[in-house]
Ligand binder design. Structure first.
Ligand code: ADP
Length: 238
């Protein structure tokens, strides 16, 4: 398993607006990177391109040296790129177990028994076992985010993109999510974390990349990025 992500001269335009203006970035396998920047700086657009939800206008993204462009989110998920959403995407009327199996069973050659075993093991690590047969509508917002983590884990990703995973989550559950993110990362998964919650970003990540108007304005250790004049200026008035 590897999980190196390379972004080369990436540009994304929406009509006349250039949301990403020629970004170069390399994430080594096993890095845990915080992606910050004021509203509208291009964070979600970048995740959407890496996850295959948007096509880039130009430039490319490579996962372990393989070009990702033109692949759908489902193809990329199977290739090893997992993605969570700001607004959680779980199937509310399905049970937790059914939610866990949706993506996994769609992978050719997966047996139901093996998928269920894996789902049980993952639900166990997320402390959701006792809710496995409940509909996902019974979950709190934070638990739904945990279930989304679980669904991503089912496909054994090499790279995970987390978009605002802590929004509206109770502090206790947030700490539990930190532990899960750290465990995931310790097992070698490359993680890119977008969050407005600076405490979480600076507490979890050893590398922070700051965007402003679609460009990288700082990239390095959290302490250095936090004190960078360009970053302080970008956040003024945000
Ligand atoms: P962030 O996640 O940092 O808040 P976004 O990636 O959402 O920033 O947005 C970056 C820029 O791209 C903004 O100017 C935004 O208005 C624009 N943008 C994002 N998505 C779209 C879209 N689907 N259509 C048009 N413009 C978009």
């Amino acid at each position: 398993m590897s999980g190196q992500l390379q972004i080369r001269r990436l540009v994304k335009s929406f009509g006349g607006v250039q949301a990403i203006k020629g970004i170069d970035l390399t994430f080594a396998q096993g890095e845990l990177i915080g992606l910050i920047g004021p509203n509208g700086s291009g964070k979600t657009t970048l995740l959407n391109i890496i996850g295959g939800y948007y096509n880039a206008t130009s430039g490319d993204v490579l996962l372990d040296g393989q070009r990702c462009d033109g692949k759908s989110p489902v193809q990329l998920a199977r290739a090893g790129i997992g993605r969570s959403f700001q607004v959680t995407k779980v199937f509310k009327r399905l049970t937790l177990m059914e939610n866990m199996l949706v993506g996994a069973l769609a992978v050719p050659g997966t047996s139901r028994k093996a998928a269920e075993e894996r789902a049980r093991a993952v639900l166990e690590t997320l402390l959701l076992t006792r809710l496995a047969d409940q509909p996902a509508s019974s979950l709190s917002g934070g638990q739904a985010k945990l279930l989304e983590f679980g669904r991503i884990m089912m496909l054994s990703p090499r790279v995970v993109l987390l978009d605002e995973p802590f929004g509206g989550v109770h502090p206790d559950l947030k700490r539990f999510m930190y532990d899960k993110i750290r465990e995931w990362n310790a097992s070698g998964v490359t993680i890119i974390l977008v969050s407005h919650d600076m405490g979480s970003i600076f507490g979890l990540c050893r590398r922070v990349v700051a965007l402003s108007y679609g460009e990288i304005i700082a990239d390095g250790l959290p302490e250095a990025v936090k004190a960078d004049p360009a970053v302080l200026e970008a956040y003024l008035g945000d």
